[in-house]
Design a protein around this ligand. Structure first.
Ligand code: SIN
Length: 281
C-alpha cells in the first residue's frame, strides 16, 4: 500500500508528490518515487523546506551527482548549480526548449531543481514529453528516425566562441571544457520505462550524423516544432520550496523569461545517467 500522496497533472507528463520530507524517505517510498518518475517523466515536490546538504543527500539516493562543469556552483556546495536571474538581467538560463547534458557521451539521467527564490509572478517552466511526441509521429517517419543518430555539442553554447549574452557571461565558466561532442540515437530506448523517446535537442543538437547541418535543418526544425506542441507539454508553476525532478532522456524543458526586474533562483543538481541505446525498429 502506498504511503505517499502522488497525483497526476492530467497532462502529457508530470505528477506531484505531496508532503514529503526528503530526509525521512524510507526505501519503500524511494522505490515508489522511482516508479512514479519512470511513469510521469517529471515529478514535482511541494513544500520541501530543504537545506543544500539535504538536497545533495536526497539526490544521491537516485544516482551519483554529475557536477555541471559550466554553471556557477552554490557557494560551499560544488554539487549544486545556480540557475540565477537578477533584476538587472535581460536574459535567463534555459530560456528555450532543451534537455540538459545531451552533449555528454553519457547524458545525465535527470535534474533536480529546487526553488530558493521566485518572482511575484511569472517564471514558470514548460516541460514536454519526448515519448508522447515520438508516439504521435507517423509510422513512416518513426521508422526513418529509428535508423538515425544525431551529433550534439556544448561548444556553441558554453565554448570560448559561444554567443553567450553579456548578462549571462558571469553565470558560466570553464569554456575550455566545452570540447566534448557526442553522437546519440535520435530515438532512444528509455532506460527506465523502455519506451521509445525522441532524443533531439534544440539547445545542443548540431546535425544528423552523416548529414550536413543544412541537410539536417528541415527535419530537425520539423521535430522541434512537433515536440513542442501544447498537447505534449505541461506548464509548471513553481511554489516557494517546491522542486521539479525531470528526466533528461524523456523530456525537454523551457524556463519562461517573463518576469523582468525580478529575482529568481533555483538550486539545480544533475544526476549521472547510463549509456543510451537506440530504440528497436
Ligand atoms: C534549466 O535548468 O534549464 C532552467 C530551469 C528553470 O529555470 O526553470
Amino acid at each position: 500500500m502506498s504511503t505517499l500522496s502522488i497525483s497526476q497533472t492530467g497532462a502529457a507528463l508530470g505528477a506531484t508528490v505531496h508532503g514529503l520530507q526528503p530526509s525521512q524517505v524510507s526505501d519503500a517510498q524511494l522505490a515508489e518515487i522511482k516508479q512514479a518518475y519512470a511513469d510521469a517523466e517529471v515529478l514535482f515536490f511541494t513544500d520541501l523546506q530543504m537545506e543544500p546538504q539535504e538536497h545533495i543527500d536526497f539526490a544521491q539516493r537516485f544516482a551519483q551527482i554529475n557536477i555541471n562543469r559550466f554553471f556557477t556552483p552554490v557557494e560551499g556546495f560544488a554539487e549544486i548549480a545556480e540557475v540565477r536571474k537578477e533584476p538587472e538581467q535581460q536574459n535567463n538560463i534555459g530560456g528555450g526548449w532543451h534537455t540538459d547534458h545531451s552533449y555528454d557521451q553519457v547524458p545525465a539521467m535527470g535534474s533536480m531543481a529546487y526553488a530558493r527564490a521566485l518572482p511575484n509572478s511569472g517564471g514558470d517552466t514548460l516541460f514536454a514529453s519526448m515519448t508522447q511526441a515520438f508516439a504521435a509521429l507517423s509510422p513512416g517517419l518513426q521508422e526513418t528516425l529509428l535508423g538515425l543518430n544525431a551529433v550534439h555539442s556544448s561548444r556553441h553554447a558554453f565554448g570560448a566562441a559561444a554567443p553567450v549574452p553579456k548578462d549571462l557571461r558571469g553565470r558560466f565558466g570553464n569554456a575550455d571544457q566545452a570540447l566534448q561532442d557526442a553522437v546519440h540515437p535520435m530515438v532512444v530506448k528509455h532506460p527506465l520505462s523502455g519506451k521509445p523517446a525522441l532524443y533531439v535537442n534544440p539547445g545542443f543538437t548540431l546535425h544528423i550524423e552523416g548529414w550536413t547541418a543544412l541537410e539536417s535543418a528541415p527535419l530537425l526544425q520539423f521535430l522541434y516544432q512537433h515536440a513542442a506542441k501544447p498537447e505534449f507539454t505541461y506548464r509548471y508553476k513553481w511554489q516557494p520550496n517546491s522542486m521539479a525532478f525531470w528526466d533528461n532522456r524523456a523530456t525537454w524543458h523551457y524556463a519562461l523569461n517573463d518576469y523582468p526586474g525580478q529575482h529568481r533562483l533555483l538550486h539545480r543538481i544533475t544526476l549521472e545517467g547510463v549509456p543510451l541505446a537506440a530504440a528497436a525498429s
